[in-house]
Design a protein. Sequence first.
Length: 369
Amino acid sequence: MQGRKILLSVLIVLFTTSAAFCQTEALKTVVNNLAFYKQKKDLKYLSDAKNTVDSLIKVSPDPLDVERNVYRAVVYASILYIDSLNKLKEPVAFLAQTAEIVDKLNENRKIYRFDVDMDYVKNCLANVYIRKAFGFINNSDFINALQLFEKAKKYAPSFKQLDAYIAYSNNKLGNLNVAAKYYSGLIGDSTRAEYVEAASNIYKTFGDTVTALEIVKKGRKVLPGDRSLLLDEANIYNNRKDYRSLANLLPALLEINTNNADIAFVAANCYDHLNQYDKAESLYLHAIELNSSAYEPIFNLGLLYFKQSQKGGSSDQNAARAAQWLEKANEITPNDANCLHVLQLVYAQTGNKNQENRINNKLKQLTNQ
């Protein structure tokens, strides 16, 4: 995860428009210092602005003087956001003090006159909380990180990326229901595949594949070309043995995974269950070509030929093929009883007593172990 700045151009807007409502020379001094900082990027001007606004508040500490307190909030928030290394040596409580000022201003019925300035202040605070939260994330302290992300959310409620940070922290803390809720809320007209996958994975850990599938389908409508979501949906169908639904995804899945032995096997197994044996045979052979040491495609291919041998037609040829591939499977996993049982049936069908007796002895040895 990486922190995201959310201020954009608000800083420029503030420093060029705040003087419009400034009524006193003292407040003009504050505005001028903010403008000087913008031009010269020297923290001295932020310090001067703070000293000026602090002196004004000290002389006239009227909590109902909205304009002066807005300027104090603007200056304080600017320092917090810009002076990330605290070169001005502000106290530890400076952030909490600023947040308290902002919260009180929000309750004032005249605060609407300062919407632009307050938006700037809130965005500054949100950025600061996010920055500090990522410091805790880097140290795997997700409890404190979550608290700070939630504080940031208070000041920037429309910043959707915060929901991802909150979801991530809750996920790390094991608050899976909360994490799933936040991740699911991020899946809309625009989203990121990682959010869809995270929500889907959480619901799969609950055993709720219905909701997991709904989330993946929703995500794929927004991101139809995303390969990871295509694979995720295919895996859900495969695990549920919903081969008809899986078959609809196989052409696209195979096209983008031409050299993936696992996907070739999944596709072959799907077509096998749908009795599309030609496709299944071709894909089993392709999976074996890509990974000749994998047991399952070799065993399944032998089993496919055995099923074919029982349907008449080229029964002898299919039985011979079945024996060939099942013997290869037995070489890879000698103690697999399923493979030995099928071989036993193959040799019984072909009347090969010697091989049938050999397999019977192997099965007896396994039983006696």
